[in-house]
Design a protein around this ligand. Structure first.
Ligand SMILES: C[S@@+](CC[C@H](N)C(=O)[O-])C[C@H]1O[C@@H](n2cnc3c(N)ncnc32)[C@H](O)[C@@H]1O
Length: 391
């Protein structure tokens, strides 16, 4: 067991993007102040995670495109005895202060990682009940209301009345989450995350299920983007029945399907054919869908719409210019779009694309909020949410 002098951060990412993840995190830290006396992070290719050492800089999960989850790393256990993994892990946790709202046992998002889930599933209840007994874990593993009542005195010692009470997810959201990450079966990284500065889903993955009637797997990308970028109230406010949208690069229709199922009227622009079915009707013939076989880079709407979504396989610089032009012209208020990544210098390409959009909107005096993430359902691409804001 090793305790670090510096601040160590454990970041999860899509396997294959470890360099980008580390590079981006270090850059964010260096923008606060120079990193002194620390070597470059050791990045293991295709591992699905990186460990970054900083001084006292902090990281912002929301602003890191390649980071799926952001965890303060407290302990690394290099060798776990096969016969008793529980004791060294409990010993390490015992050195951490406070209580935890959630316990997540996690593995890398790799084929090797998947093999470890049989073990973590068996291990979870053991660790969980040990931590509950010690009074270190105060909620279920998932941030939901407890099925069983717990002692109110445990939650509110100052107002101890002996009543029993359920913990609401909101109330428990201020407690740190405890993460036990298993890079392999015989090692563990122990850390905590701040629910206000981390992803709200285990392994930082907002996995979507494939709706049987959706025309393409791509539909899960837009579903995930909506879940990750917008909270419930924003989803209700920004995705309403009767709204209008343009979907550039719409075929075969997975993104259009997501909008149509919310009652949004869609102009689906694509050189290629739409396909799929919705309530037994082909999506292309759905009354809320108009398919135009046109070049999405040249298409101009007759009337402004609420939403622009764009999944065209085009250079990120071209898509960025297009998005800037749509907002500058007032053709849409909100957008979700994908930027396909080049093989090399991905961060440079993203900087240039996102920087171009920011510059254009600033020149036009448009207030906005923009967030970019490499989502779980994204491959060599990142997804961006852009919305106009008031004042
Ligand atoms: C990844 S697919 C889109 C998948 C779609 N979002 C879905 O959910 O089914 C990319 C689409 O972009 C279209 N595309 C690429 N460049 C285009 C352009 N300049 N104009 C119109 N469509 C384009 C392609 O024909 C292709 O159908």
């Amino acid at each position: 067991m090793r305790k670090s002098q510096n601040t160590l951060w454990l970041l999860y990412c899509r396997p294959g993007f470890e360099q980008d993840c580390a590079q981006e995190a270090l850059r964010q830290a260096k923008q606060q102040k120079p990193i002194i006396g620390i070597e470059q992070p050791g990045v293991i290719a295709d591992s699905g995670y990186v460990v970054v050492a900083l001084n006292d800089q902090t990281l912002s999960c929301r602003e890191l495109i390649f980071t799926r989850q952001l965890i303060r790393l407290h302990h690394s256990i290099a060798t776990l005895p096969e016969r008793d993994r529980l004791t060294p892990i409990l010993d390490a946790i015992a050195t951490l202060p406070g209580t935890f709202g959630t316990l997540w046992l996690e593995v890398p998002d790799t084929n090797e990682g998947k093999l470890l889930t049989t073990f973590t599933r068996r291990f979870q209840p053991l660790l969980e009940s040990a931590l509950r007994e010690q009074g270190r874990l105060l909620d279920e593993t998932i941030n939901t209301v407890r099925a069983e009542p717990v002692e109110a005195s445990l939650l509110h010692p100052s107002t101890s009345s002996g009543r029993t009470e359920e913990i609401s997810p909101r109330r428990n959201n201020h407690l740190p989450r405890l993460h036990i990450f298993f890079p392999g079966k015989s090692s563990a990284l122990i850390g905590t995350s701040d629910p206000h500065n981390s992803a709200a889903t285990i392994m930082g993955i907002a996995r979507q299920s494939m709706p049987a009637e959706a025309p393409s797997r791509s539909t899960m990308k837009l579903a995930e983007a909506i879940e990750v970028f917008m909270d419930r109230s924003e989803q209700t406010r920004l995705l309403r029945q009767g709204m209008t949208a343009v979907d550039l690069g719409a075929a075969p229709g997975g993104w259009t399907w997501q909008l149509v199922k919310r009652g949004i009227r869609v102009t689906a622009v694509d050189n290629g054919p739409m396909k799929g079915a919705l309530d037994n009707h082909p999506l292309a013939q759905h009354p809320l869908v108009q398919h135009l076989r046109q070049d999405g880079l040249k298409y101009a709407p007759r009337k402004a719409v609420d939403w622009l979504v764009c999944d065209m396989v085009e250079q990120p610089s071209k898509v960025a210019t297009l998005i800037g032009a749509w907002f500058a012209a007032g053709w849409c208020k909100h957008a979700i779009f994908n930027l396909k990544l080049p093989m090399k210098k991905r961060i440079d390409a993203l900087d240039s694309a996102l920087g171009g959009i920011r510059k254009r909107l600033d020149e036009e005096g448009i207030n906005y909020r923009m967030m970019a993430k490499q989502l779980y359902h994204d491959r060599e691409e990142v997804t961006v949410f852009l919305t106009k804001t008031k004042g």
